[in-house]
Design a protein around this ligand. Structure first.
Ligand code: ADP
Length: 439
């Protein structure tokens, strides 16, 4: 009801009362008495309406009193407003016990910690998996309930994008995966999975690839040795045999490179979680690398624009291999023009950019480039003798250093591979040889 509507209704009531009072006054030959009666009855009516309104406010579950016209409009508006705010409040009030009920019945272990990381709730599955009794642990910090260094670091950094895998002592075979998500003001819901079997299988696969690659090295060295001996005794004019030996030598070299990459990849994977965290002067590392690659590719130009002075926390050998793979690819997949290597500051953190003006890559291949042995064009890669593992290594190193690998490319125009590090891993004055958090 509008304010004007309310006044109109009340003015009409006033007018009606005054008219009735005047008629009563004329009948009793004293208009003043009539007006006094009209005013008194009006006041009584308003007082009665007000008392009913207060009664309703005290017990809002009741329907509003019907009241007279003006007050009825006001009451209707109050009633509508109240119902709306109740509707809005209900979903916020209900889900907590409802959500807890459904989490409690889940087979997956779940717990809730508050802003101070204290345990406020956990389901039966979590009690069973962690071997705890909630009644005894309630209110204790989660890092006391599960005293694992990696978990403490993970919670301090508050970067919950990737789940955390930990092996809580004393059983080293036992492997748990934690997934954190924020809700409410600053509460966190934590899902815990027992991934012992999965972890064991992954380790077996890694060990198998690592062992096979290692075992292949010895026979390959013997074959290469015999090839060299045979090549030295073949007559110079026996072109067919010479060509066959040259091809065998090239294939042996390719196999050697493959084994080296496979071994490196399995090493990077196996140090997951225990990798070195040194402060790396990326500018210095890139200068040395570019110098070495310029010597290996004397016919090509590698332009360096190393503008950022940011250091990055990480493993120098892994970063060198990733940067080297990107620069070598740029050289391999471009015949002309310089390859540009940039180390710059961006809004999110320092970034490495490797640009070439070469073959480029069609958009449909870009999402699959980092798969092992994925090649855009088999014939293109055969000429350039890649192992198909280079970008898989780059991706792995990027993930383990919390960096993003981004690719911009246009067929026939060239490519730009970017590795963007988060600011949390970088700094100008990171103390050399100390962990990010000193842990
Ligand atoms: P490879 O050992 O075959 O080079 P990589 O994993 O390093 O394997 O690269 C995967 C594929 O991505 C390559 O086979 C190539 O087709 C494509 N590629 C990688 N870098 C570039 C680049 N700078 N320009 C064009 N294509 C590229």
């Amino acid at each position: 009801m509008t304010r004007l509507g309310f006044f109109r209704l009340e003015a009409r009531r006033l007018l009606l009362s005054v008219t009735a009072g005047s008629i009563f006054g004329l009948a009793t030959s004293d208009v003043r008495v009539g007006l006094a009666v009209a005013t008194t009855s009006l006041l009584i009516s308003w007082g009665w309406q007000l008392s009913r309104m207060y009664r309703w406010f005290a017990d809002p579950e009741e329907l509003p009193p019907i009241g007279n016209a003006g007050v009825r409009g006001v009451l209707r508006d109050v009633y509508v407003l109240r119902s709306r705010s109740l509707q809005r409040a209900q979903p916020a009030m209900r889900p907590q016990p409802y959500a807890k009920e459904s989490l409690a019945s889940m087979r997956e272990a779940a717990l809730i910690i508050n802003a101070r990381a204290e345990l406020v709730w956990c389901n039966d599955a979590a009690e069973y998996l962690l071997g705890i009794a909630f009644s005894e642990e309630e209110g204790r910090p989660l890092t006391d309930v599960i005293p694992v260094k990696a978990l403490r670091k993970y919670m301090r950094e508050e970067n919950f994008q990737k789940p955390l895998r930990v092996k809580p002592s004393p059983a080293p075979e036992y492997c748990l995966q934690f997934e954190f998500s924020r809700f409410g003001v600053n509460d966190r819901l934590v899902f815990i999975k027992d991934v012992t079997e999965q972890d064991k299988l992954e380790r077996m696969r890694r060990d198998f690839v690592g062992n096979v690659s290692h075992e292949l090295r010895t026979p390959l060295t013997v074959i290469k040795g015999y090839l060299e001996t045979l090549q030295s005794i073949v007559a110079d004019d026996d072109k067919t045999l010479r060509k066959s030996f040259a091809s065998m030598e090239a294939q042996a070299a390719r196999m050697e490179a493959l084994i080296a990459d496979l071994l490196w990849l399995s090493r990077i994977e196996s140090v997951e979680g225990e990798r070195k965290e040194d402060a790396i002067d990326v500018r210095e590392l890139l200068s040395t690398l570019i110098e070495e690659l310029s010597l290996a590719w004397p016919e090509r130009t590698i332009e360096a624009k190393l503008e950022s002075a940011q250091m990055v926390m990480g493993d120098a050998a892994e970063l060198t291999s990733a940067f080297s793979n990107l620069i070598v690819n740029a050289l391999k997949y471009s015949d002309k023009g310089p390859v540009t290597v940039k180390w710059i500051d961006t809004a999110v953190g320092p970034a490495l950019l490797v640009e070439d003006k070469g073959l480029g890559i069609e958009a449909k291949h870009i999402p699959r480039l980092t798969e092992r042995f994925y090649r855009v064009d088999k014939s293109r890669s055969q000429d350039r003798a890649g192992t198909g593992l280079g970008l898989a290594i780059v991706k792995h190193v990027a993930v383990s250093h919390d960096a993003k690998l981004l690719v911009d490319s246009r067929p026939g125009k060239g490519s730009c591979f970017r590795m963007v590090f988060p600011a949390s891993r970088a700094g100008l004055d990171i103390e050399k040889s100390s962990g990010i958090d000193g842990a």
